[in-house]
Structure formats: C-alpha cells, structure tokens
Write a protein that binds this ligand. Structure first.
Ligand SMILES: Cc1ncc(COP(=O)(O)O)c(C=O)c1O
Length: 415
C-alpha cells in the first residue's frame, strides 16, 4: 500500500538541519557523541556568577542557558521545534498533558466575563473543564455546531473572544469546516483555538486556515507509543509565549524524560500515521459490512456526512480513528469486546497497537445520558484506534469476533 499522507519537504529539510546542528554542537562540546540525545533530569542549573543569572533572565526562553526545570530544559527544545515545523507554526510550547495544553491556553487567552463559542462535539475532558472549571472562573461557553453558520452567528455576543474547535471531533469524527470557521473568527476578531489531536498535522494544519493556535494531546499519535502523557500548543511566537508563561506558573510543563520519549516517538510519526490511516480506511469498510453494525463513522467513506469536507480540508488521508454503533447497544458492545483477543479495550488512542474504547463509559462520561444521546454517543458506540499491525490480521480478528453478533441480527431479521 502506498502511503497517502507524507511530511512536506520543508518540514523534512528543517528536521535534518536541526539534527545536524545538534550533532555539530555535541561534537564541539564533548568527545562523547551519542546518536540519540541524552536526557537532562536536573531540576536546577548552575551559574558561574550573578551576572550570568542576570543575563539568563534578560533573555528568558530564547537564551541557551537554563535555570530551573519548570522554566524549561534542553530536552524540550528539539521537540518544540519539530512540532512547530509539522504545524507550520512560528513556535510551540510543550505541556504536561493535552488537558494542561487546553487549560493553560484558556487561562492565558481569556479573562473573567469573556464568552467562548465551542463546538458541541467536544472531547469529554474538555467539556468537563469548560463546565466545571472555566465557567466558575467567570467565562461563559455556548456549544454549537460550528459548521452551521447560522448557529455561529446566533451565538456571537459582544463579549465573545474565542472559538474553540476540534479538527476531527471525538468520538463521532465530524470534520470541522476550518476555512469557514476561521473566516468567521477573523471577521469578528475572535481567537480560533483548534484541538488537532485526531487529525494531526499530516492531515490538517489549522494555522494555515487562519487559526490562532493549534494544540495537541501528545499522548496520542504524535508520541504514539502509549508511554507519555503530554501536550503541545503551536502558533505565533507572542501567543505561544503567553501560554508558556501560564505553563511555567502552573507547573504544567513536560518532564525531560517525557520530552525525550516524545522526541523518540516523533521520528516515526509520519511512517506510523500514514500506515494507520490506510489501515483505518480499509477497516472502516470491513466494519460497514457487518450485519451487527448500525452505523460506521469514518470521514474517508463516501457515505459519511463529513466526506466532502474531509476532501476539502485534509491532505490526502482521513485519519486513523473509526467509530461504529452496534445494533444491540451496551450488551452487543460488551460481547464484541469479549470476543476480541489482541484488540484490547483501552480508553486512549493513537498507540502502536489497535485498541477499542467505549466513549459513553470513559472519554464522554462527563456528559449526562441525555446529552450523550442528543450528540449520538450511544451505549452501543465503540471507537477504534487503528495501530500499526498488518491489516489482514486485524480484519481476520474483527470478522471472527463479529460472527456471533451478526448471527443474532440475521436471526432477528429472519423472524
Ligand atoms: C481530542 C482530545 N484532546 C485532548 C485530550 C486530552 O489529552 P491528555 O489525556 O493528554 O490530557 C484527549 C484525551 O483523550 C483527546 O481525545
């Protein structure tokens, strides 16, 4: 299978230049020249005299020196440069989780009394943060279908400051009309913040459409090995520095070891993600052929409501997540999970291995049952995060696991 999503040549050039610069510096500084960067776990750095400390504070994050790990450390620099290059951003800041990236962005850009227009198709953790924390801080939030221009216009208030979107919504994978939403934000001088975790910069770069910031849970595809909890915020230097200030103040920065693991993970990101997208497309069609499946959600399928938009907004692929709703609700979902062997129930996504999650019980449990039903997040909905296994193996495991469920449906249809 030919990969359909690739790194842009300018990103590749930038990554090679960064690696070369690091190699040259290392060879000048030390006779030890490891191929892989060392980890700097130090919580504090030393200075020769008071003038050196003074110089550090004058240059801040742009200086080559470090003072205290919460303010920055050598392991974060290459990762920030890498992610900024992927997103086509001027700058990036790493955070201790995707949620830290979201929360610190909101605290940095909003003030009590402000209003946010957020997509109604939100990751449950973000919804919980908005409803349980951000609103107690005096920020009001309206949830709308961002692709519906009329709803957007109706939600607008004099105190609206931000539009908050997800490029591909969790868990039903609706694609955001980024060019239109960005045009609306620009017209009304609003900041547009986009959670680009599901799409990744290989599919979409929100900043190119006019978003103010594009943010990530690094926990997912960018690190991709299910061994880091991390986040990143990318955008213009001034806005990113505002977020960094909050990050340093709140202590929501990424540890050296997690940054180092992420640097490792990023090196195979394009390879992994392009294979994952190909396999996901294939499996979406396999799932659509199962009698027990009521609906498949995958923007790559022609019958998906987001397909045309995905062709317009994405660069070549459709993502590595597939959601599907089962006839038979919770019981059927539980039976399918029990019938699977290597595809494990794991409430996260973006790792090397294919996993399943049940959004109603996990990522979207902050919504009430009524709210979930209104959004289409049923008890029979499962979300597949497609990994790097061979697609024949996954097809065979899924079709075997579906056999008993399909038999029940066929029996019911016969009566
Ligand atoms: C779309 C999306 N954004 C943000 C997050 C939060 O990321 P983290 O778990 O790294 O805090 C998640 C977590 O599942 C997510 O799915």
């Amino acid at each position: 299978m030919n990969p359909r999503v690739r790194l842009r040549p300018e990103v590749l050039r930038r990554l090679h230049a960064d690696a070369e610069r690091r190699r040259i510096r290392q060879s000048q500084e030390s006779p030890i020249r490891p191929e892989v960067s060392p980890i700097y776990p130090s919580s504090v750095y030393t200075f020769d005299d008071l003038d050196a400390i003074q110089a550090y504070y004058e240059h801040g994050h742009t200086s080559d020196a470090y003072v205290y790990r919460r303010n920055g450390h050598p392991n974060e620099r290459p990762v920030e440069a890498y992610i900024a290059a992927l997103e086509g951003a001027e700058a990036a800041v790493l955070c201790s989780s995707g949620m830290a990236a979201i929360a610190q962005t909101c605290f940095a850009l909003l003030h009590p009394g402000d209003h946010v227009i957020a997509t109604k198709h939100l990751y449950g953790g973000t919804y919980a943060f908005f409803e349980q924390t951000l609103c107690t801080w005096g920020v009001d939030i309206s949830y709308v279908d961002l692709n519906d221009t009329l709803s957007l216009r109706k939600a607008l208030r004099p105190e609206t400051r931000m539009v908050y979107a997800e490029t591909i919504a969790n868990p039903l994978l609706q694609v955001c009309a980024l060019p239109d939403v960005a045009a609306f934000a620009r017209r009304h001088s609003l900041q547009l913040v986009v959670d680009n975790t599901f799409a990744t910069p290989l599919l979409a770069r929100p900043l190119e459409h006019g978003a103010t910031l594009s943010l990530h849970s690094l926990t997912k595809f960018l690190n991709g090995h299910s061994d880091v909890i991390g986040g990143a915020v990318t955008g213009d230097r001034d806005t990113v520095e505002k977020v960094r200030k909050f990050s340093v103040m709140f202590g929501g920065t990424l540890s050296p070891f997690d940054a180092w693991l992420t640097e490792r993970g990023l090196q195979t990101f394009a390879l992994r993600f392009s294979k994952q997208c190909e396999t996901a497309h294939f499996l979406a069609n396999v799932l659509a052929n199962q009698a027990a499946v009521r609906t498949v959600y995958y923007p790559g399928r022609e019958d998906d409501p987001s397909h045309a938009l995905a062709n317009h907004v994405f660069h070549g692929g459709y993502g590595a997540m597939v959601s599907f709703d089962l006839h038979g609700g919770y019981e059927a979902a539980n039976a399918l999970v029990r019938n699977l062997s290597t595809i494990r129930l794991a409430p996260s996504l973006g790792g090397l291995h294919t996993t399943l999650s049940h959004p109603a019980l996990t990522s979207h449990r902050a919504y009430s049952q009524n709210e979930r039903e209104g959004l289409g997040i049923t008890d029979g909905l499962l979300r597949l995060s497609v990994g790097c296994e061979e697609y024949e193996q996954l097809e065979s495991e899924l079709t075997q696991a579906f056999e008993p469920l399909n038999a029940v449906i066929k029996q019911q249809q016969a009566h």
